[in-house]
Design a protein around this ligand. Structure first.
Ligand code: SF4
Length: 724
């Protein structure tokens, strides 16, 4: 990541390397995608042990997110808070994780209780850690307790040892730390490809939006690169436990490291997909060339790119951040795990930093991904590529989620522009939309834990409370414009014109993150799901399909960011049926378990419902927690209405059946609001029914029974809500 950063000489690193505790375990090969063990570490007790993965875990919870939820459920009570010692961080790959025959198989899923939401969060990330952990002998890593001092957990999958240790002289910020640790733990430069590191940065200690960086080694450029488990404050929990880094070393990666049940089927399915990518990617989304950077222009053209705290979906000055081709000087495609020919992991080379503690250093900046471009760019009214790259770099190395940073800062900026807060409150920062210099200063403050940056780092929900209590802000207005649900900041799509996407955000178990359901195009652009029933069906199928990837250690992108040439001629083309069949084949090929397309959805539905019950256990999970801010439903202000007056007036006439001609803008706002809010409630009714939940959004006992999760403790939690 760093082309010339100041660092600590290797002998100094070695001198300060201390080992506090070591655990030896038996090395054994993975069998049909499972290592059949969990590694449990308690940092309060400095204890390390292994636990068996049971057949029931595999049958019911599959792996990945399912294993994370299973372990966390048994570790915490309904009263546990994110910073209590019993909260855990669980990292797991999944039975298909680590295959190299099919693209997109290097994902890890992080599960913990979130400081942002107070309930369970899952975050999906690429890089080498999950697969290396499994091949070293563990399907999941479960970390409980809190250390008194900073620690590094080192899993040596070559030797069969796990140790709790530290290297006191290292930095905390990721781009320096990963260089130091890979130098220390690798035998030589060639060996660096066998090291995977999970780390965060100083910003994780001072905010509730801390994220985790997962490293992967870029052999082509001889640099260590990172992907992010961004959402929900996983990095904040990591630092609360005083973990500096997790390091795993595994040197024997092979094409059959998963010991699949049917390697021929795995190879055949993979070869077919690689051919498809080679022939079609450049005719479709050009993921290999642009990654998710192909999206800003599309979103802008459809009025979906957030601008000024999600007020608008486009802006006349947006052109400089819509196309990034001239910034991408790569020499070929970049995958975040071996065998990923879709290779969307773009990087900006040798960017010279202009601010902050590393000013003047030349660095690699991973991304920027679409979400970052929209979140720290257009949504803040900043249309400068360098600003986005610089903010992306510092968010990454500080361990701050770019999505939450962008959405929380956009909220603070709107509060500044509307006079709710002023320079006296912000410590002199002029938080007007478009002020890139001040946004970077805010970010550096956040990492230092001082100034107004500290306030914004607490997230939208806590800012709302503070501004009402301390500065007499109108609570209803803040509720309308504060883009959070369940305590998590929205990811970066304007969903006002897509009822299904409003549901995709509002009904997501973890909060409004698009990785659970992204239905804007199907709903708004293509009009494929016009009725409540069709939307409810989509809000059943697509969140389950996307959940399934997280159970198996897979990336979602190869599913539908490229499609077979004849996909449009197939029944239900939006599901990409041929690719779903590929996943059926992959699951059977690796695990030896026969499964159907419906079986994949049932696997996900089981875990999805379990997660809904987990929310109930933590005091959330009912209908009222699926409420969404009105900014995501329709126009809040006169300015917003007037900016799209023709659209809203036409809708009033043609859909609501009211003539707007003699109405004031305020009256039209009220009529539009009443209609749209009712539509959202009706959508919730339809989705709950389709999912087998009560009108309050609680899974029924029949649903639990059908999914075989009617365990005594699960039924006990649910029963408390069934009469409400
Ligand atoms: S498609 Fe992109 S994010 Fe997904 S595994 Fe491949 S390189 Fe990583």
């Amino acid at each position: 990541m760093c082309g010339g950063c100041k660092t600590v000489p290797v002998d100094k690193l070695k001198e300060s390397h201390k080992v506090y505790k070591t655990f030896n375990y038996q090395l054994q090969p993975v069998d049909k995608g499972y290592a059949n063990r969990t590694l449990y570490i308690n940092l309060s007790e400095q204890s390390i042990r292994e636990k068996p993965v049971t057949q029931e875990m595999k049958d019911i919870f599959t792996g990945g997110r399912g294993f994370g939820l299973y372990h966390l459920w048994h570790a915490v009570t309904g009263k546990t808070k994110w910073n209590d010692s019993e909260n855990e961080i669980v990292i797991s790959s999944g039975p298909l994780g680590g295959i190299t025959q099919y693209p997109g198989a290097g994902k890890s899923i992080v599960v913990t209780l979130s400081p942002a939401t107070g309930t369970v969060i899952d975050s999906n990330v690429g890089g080498f850690f999950g697969p290396f952990l499994k091949f070293s002998g563990f399907d999941a890593l479960e970390i409980q307790g809190k250390s008194e001092k900073d620690v590094i957990i080192f899993i040596d999958g070559d030797k069969g040892t796990v140790s709790i240790e530290d290297v006191e002289v290292t930095d905390m910020n990721t781009h320096v730390l990963v260089e130091q640790l890979s130098t220390l733990y690798a035998d030589n430069d060639e060996d660096k490809k066998n090291i995977a590191i999970v780390s965060t940065g100083e910003g994780s200690e001072t905010t509730f939006m801390g994220m985790l960086n997962f490293s992967f080694y870029d052999k082509k450029r001889n640099v260590i690169r990172i992907k992010q488990a961004g959402r929900g404050g996983t990095g904040t929990v990591f630092r609360d436990k005083k973990i500096k880094a997790l390091v795993v070393k595994f040197s024997s990666l092979k094409g059959n490291s998963n010991h699949p049940a049917d390697k021929n089927l795995l190879d055949e399915t993979g070869i077919k997909m690689h051919r498809e990518i080679a022939t079609l990617d450049h005719k479709q989304n050009s993921m290999r060339k642009r990654g998710t950077m192909h999206l800003p222009i599309i979103m802008h053209d459809h009025d979906l790119l957030p601008v000024h705290n999600f007020k608008h979906g486009s802006h006349p000055d947006a052109a400089p951040i819509l196309n990034w081709d001239t910034r991408l000087t790569h020499s070929g495609a970049d995958g975040c795990w071996f065998g990923c020919t879709l290779s969307c992991a773009q990087v900006i080379h040798n960017y010279e930093l202009k601010t902050g503690p590393y000013i003047g250093d030349k660095v690699y900046v991973d991304g920027p991904e679409y979400e970052t471009i929209a979140g720290v760019g257009s949504n803040l009214g900043i249309f400068e590529q360098d600003h986005i790259i610089e903010t992306n770099f510092y968010c990454d190395t500080y361990g701050i989620d770019t999505i939450s940073f962008g959405t929380a800062t956009a909220f603070a900026m709107e509060c500044f522009e509307t006079g709710i807060i002023n320079k006296e409150i912000t410590g002199g920062l002029d938080l007007s939309f478009g002020n890139s210099e001040v946004v970077l200063e805010l970010l550096h403050q956040m990492a230092r834990g001082d100034g107004f940056g500290k306030v914004v780092g607490r997230g939208v929900r806590r800012m709302k409370q503070l501004f009402v209590e301390k500065y007499q802000a109108d609570p209803q207005f803040l509720k309308d414009i504060g883009m959070e649900t369940k305590g998590l900041e929205y990811s970066e799509y304007v969903c006002k014109e897509s009822l299904a996407q409003k549901g995709g955000y509002g009904l997501a178990n973890k909060g409004p993150q698009h990785d659970e359901a992204w239905l804007i195009f199907m709903d708004m652009v293509l009009n494929q799901i016009p009725t409540f029933e069709a939307k409810a069906e989509a809000l059943h199928y697509f969140p389950m399909m996307r959940t399934w990837f997280g159970l198996n250690g897979l990336c979602k992108l190869p599913w539908n960011d490229i499609v077979p040439e004849d996909n449009a001629d197939q029944p239900e083309p939006e599901k990409v049926p041929e690719h779903v069949q590929n996943y059926v084949n992959l699951f059977t090929a690796v695990t030896g378990r026969e499964i159907t397309k419906e079986g994949l959805i049932a696997q996900a539905e089981t875990v999805y419902n379990f997660q809904r019950v987990f929310n109930l256990k933590m005091g959330f999970g009912t209908r009222r927690y699926d409420a969404i801010p009105y900014r995501s439903v329709g126009p809040v202000t006169v300015e917003e209405y007037q900016s799209r007056a023709e659209r809203y007036d036409n809708q009033m006439k043609e859909i609501i059946g009211v003539d707007p001609a003699d109405k004031s803008v305020e009256e039209k706002l009220a009529i539009t609001r009443q209609y749209r809010e009712k539509q959202y409630e009706m959508l919730c009714d339809s989705v709950y029914k389709r999912r087998g939940w009560t009108a309050q959004g609680v899974p029924t006992l029949e649903t639990l029974k059908r999914l075989k999760i009617d365990f005594v403790d699960v039924v006990e939690v649910v029963s408390q809500h069934l009469d409400v």
